[in-house]
Write a protein that binds this ligand. Sequence first.
Ligand SMILES: NC(=O)c1ccc[n+]([C@@H]2O[C@H](COP(=O)([O-])OP(=O)(O)OC[C@H]3O[C@@H](n4cnc5c(N)ncnc54)[C@H](OP(=O)(O)O)[C@@H]3O)[C@@H](O)[C@H]2O)c1
Length: 326
Amino acid sequence: MFAEIVIYGIFLSIIFYLANRFYFSGARYESNKQLNGKIAIVTGANSGIGYETALDFAKRGAHVILACRDTVKAEKSVEIIRRQTGNEKVDYEIIDLADLNSVKSFCGKIKSKFDRLDILVNNAGVMGCPTTWRTKQGYEMHFGVNYLGHFLLTNLLLDLIKKTPQSRIVSLSSCIHYIAKMYWNSFNGGINIMKGYSQSKLVIILFTKELTKRLDGSGVTCVCLNPGVVRTDILRYTAKSVCFLFPIIVNLLYLLYMVFTKSPFEGALTTIYCAIDDEVPKYNGYYFSDCNIKKPSKAALNEQDAKRLWDISVEMIDPKVYQYSN
Ligand SMILES: NC(=O)c1ccc[n+]([C@@H]2O[C@H](COP(=O)([O-])OP(=O)(O)OC[C@H]3O[C@@H](n4cnc5c(N)ncnc54)[C@H](OP(=O)(O)O)[C@@H]3O)[C@@H](O)[C@H]2O)c1
């Protein structure tokens, strides 16, 4: 009996390992491309996918700016990346994407220090925030952090990006956008967490489409992507809003969680591919998954919605509007 259990255990472990290695861990991307002389900004680079992305760019010789909201976490990440890569041109700058004034101040500092920007990775994100949470200017948290903060950031850095040859803007969406719809009256709140998060990832694709159109002929490549299901800290707020048992359930199902998810490094590979691969500019405006183009949902291809979202976003980042929205 004991021997049978051991044999079944070994058999299952091998199956699980192979399933993860050859399917759930996603596409591999290997490239020797160097980024010496290039400047890259990665938001939310102190953990998860953003950290692995910043580490990879630093290994390739880029000057990397980790755009983070927490000084202690940012300093620690910069120190580790510098030590691991030997690249001293790794710095951080504070940005809180839940505060449009912080985004403005971040961009002011970047513009005073640099006269080019080769890669902007709009990576930072929150998921599962309680429905009562709002940004500093009163916007629904998922919409505000995952999208609106990045909308302002990208627009304020556009002059720098446009004057840099072959520059790229890479934004992180998610496969969850396939179940998303636009809830046009929800940007100040009144939406449940699943709808709020999925909408924030749908609008990233609409934003990328509209941005690509507006930057036509500028030489800037704009793409967005799904990193896959990745073992990061992204679920940290979910217990607060869904169920306090959530972390316990995840731990109980740990083995399955390990099999069906990517490591943060594997999760960063599509971002890295989109940011550096020579093939990507051919697919300007596209949505990627597993280092390949993929058709997004019908809602994500709605050009009228993309234009409408852009116009509303321009109003929402206007201080004259948001000072009354609290
Ligand atoms: N993990 C997945 O399965 C998955 C799937 C699809 C898409 N994504 C997307 O991938 C991106 C990266 O997520 P991740 O999985 O790597 O999660 P993560 O480890 O939780 O990283 C999120 C990063 O965003 C930062 N952040 C959160 N709120 C911020 C704010 N207001 N201002 C500035 N930075 C802020 C966090 O900073 P703190 O450490 O200070 O909180 C953290 O560095 C997100 O956009 C996420 O939606 C992830």
